[in-house]
Write a protein that binds this ligand. Structure first.
Ligand code: APR
Ligand code: ZN
Length: 235
């Protein structure tokens, strides 16, 4: 069977727009009523430059060629994210390098969670060579500070966050390869957009407890990655 082209993937999430509105495409900044302003490679065979589509769920409209170009720029996992409102079509995955995620319960309480024990998550990712989904394919990447230890209260909500973090790990969304904003080092393993608490008894870095909003914040960050409660149930 022939695999789906980027155009096939993008079209799966689109409705055709016959009379484009008097608005600009926010990908290329050109009028939706005229041709796509995208001039790069990869869209030569794609439909007409004038084709416009509406994303089925959120309704945002773009040139078809602009969406295909955006898809080609990503990790081409069959999913698409609306650049305006971040609605995810399909299942979003990331470019986290290979490694291990483990967890266990430790018999101590976190500041702010006196009534329960603590879940400790241990992430381990070794250095390696970047793949085609990384910023510099073929170049080595470093991995600093591993194993990285993270903490959650062993409460109902904490266990829910754990279930969703396991989904995030499977979808390669917990870490990424890029430039560390803390150290400035490039081509290294960095946290992706889901915050973790890496301090246990203190809060010297701001990544510790107490933090009453943390569990809700991280659930919101997981949602931005397309991971919700339903995903946590299909383990
Ligand atoms: N603990 C948890 N999260 C952190 C930490 C930390 N000590 N430092 C930064 N972050 C968060 C940032 O708030 C940001 O959202 O990670 C995200 C990416 O920041 P980078 O500095 O680019 O990530 P990275 O280099 O992976 O992390 C820096 O985190 O766990 C430690 O050992 C790790 O010292 C390293 C630090
Ligand atoms: Zn949208």
């Amino acid at each position: 069977r022939k695999s789906k082209t980027p155009e096939d993937v993008v079209k799966r999430y689109l409705q055709k727009v016959r009379n484009p509105p008097e608005e600009d495409c926010t990908i290329c900044m050109e009028a939706l009523s005229g041709p796509s302003g995208y001039k790069g490679p990869g869209v030569g065979g794609v439909s007409r430059a004038e084709s416009v589509g509406r994303l089925a769920q959120c309704g945002h409209q773009y040139h078809l060629q602009c969406l295909v170009a955006m898809y080609n720029n990503g990790n081409k996992d069959g999913s698409l994210q609306c650049p305006t409102c971040k609605t995810i079509y399909g299942v979003k995955t990331g470019n986290q390098p290979p490694g291990k995620m483990e967890y266990h319960v430790i018999p101590h309480s976190l500041p702010g969670h006196p009534d329960c024990k603590t879940i400790r998550i241990i992430y381990n990712i070794p250095p390696g060579i970047q793949g085609p989904e990384h910023p510099n394919p073929g170049k080595p990447f470093t991995a600093r500070g591993f194993p990285r230890h993270c903490y959650l209260p062993d409460s109902e909500k904490g266990r829910k966050v754990l279930r969703l973090l396991l989904v995030a790990w499977d979808r390669r969304l917990v870490f990424s390869v890029g430039t560390s904003s803390t150290t400035g080092e490039s081509d290294t393993v960095i946290w992706n957009e889901v915050h973790h608490k890496t301090e246990f008894g203190s809060n010297l870095t701001g990544h510790g407890y107490p933090d009453p909003g943390y569990l809700d914040n991280v659930l919101e960050e997981l949602k931005v990655q397309g991971i919700t409660e339903e995903d946590g149930q299909q383990q």
